[in-house]
Design a protein around this ligand. Sequence first.
Ligand SMILES: C[S@@+](CC[C@H](N)C(=O)[O-])C[C@H]1O[C@@H](n2cnc3c(N)ncnc32)[C@H](O)[C@@H]1O
Length: 230
Amino acid sequence: MAPRRREQIESGQDITFSKVFVPFYRSLVLGMRCNSIIEVGCGTGHLAKEFSQIAERVYALEPSVGMHSIAADVLRDSRVTLVHNSVEQYQATEQFDCAVSHLCAQAVTDLSAFLKGCTGLLNSNGQLIFSIPHPCFWNDYQRYFNSQGFDYTVEQFTVATLTISLDRESQMTEIPFNHRPLSRYVEVISQCGFAVDRFHEIFPTADVQSLYPKPWERPHFCVFQSNRRR
Ligand SMILES: C[S@@+](CC[C@H](N)C(=O)[O-])C[C@H]1O[C@@H](n2cnc3c(N)ncnc32)[C@H](O)[C@@H]1O
């Protein structure tokens, strides 16, 4: 899956990654003026590479062998320190201004341990930023659960198949997916001693919408931006 994912990103087939999320994170992180960023679950490493053009110190964690080996190649000549580990196992020796995790939290079974790991990497003013498929709208879009089996209010797990608009052939199977209502995310963020500062519902601009075979009807993703509770 990792080499195909690399191709999708580098060929521009993944419009959502290159035209929606990269500009979104760039503008968010530039606005925060952070010197240090750690990306948790960096996958192929392309987002971490973007961050290395903005922040002085960039780390990227990736536990999967396949993804880590692609990321090592993508980040070869960059200033990013790539670590082959999960956030729960990683013993950090440094703290960061910002921890970003893009589309990982829905994949993890133990959300508390995952977000505790992320917040543990931050200095006292550090911000936690993570994205997930929007729990209110994702199932209408991708139908991971059939309508009888889906209850928005209940946490539920499935193993899904993902395709992207411009690469229908390449189905990514066996993707772990946890549906959780938004309130569950807010609850766990709060248990970590953090509070949601901003909640972003991701929707493409009109010019980007026109690049998709079918325009989005609803926000497909959302992003929690949280600070330590004072
Ligand atoms: C859906 S992929 C997203 C990858 C990348 N962020 C992207 O957008 O292409 C989820 C990633 O999270 C990583 N991951 C899963 N559990 C993790 C954990 N506990 N700590 C750090 N990364 C994790 C997986 O190895 C995988 O690369």
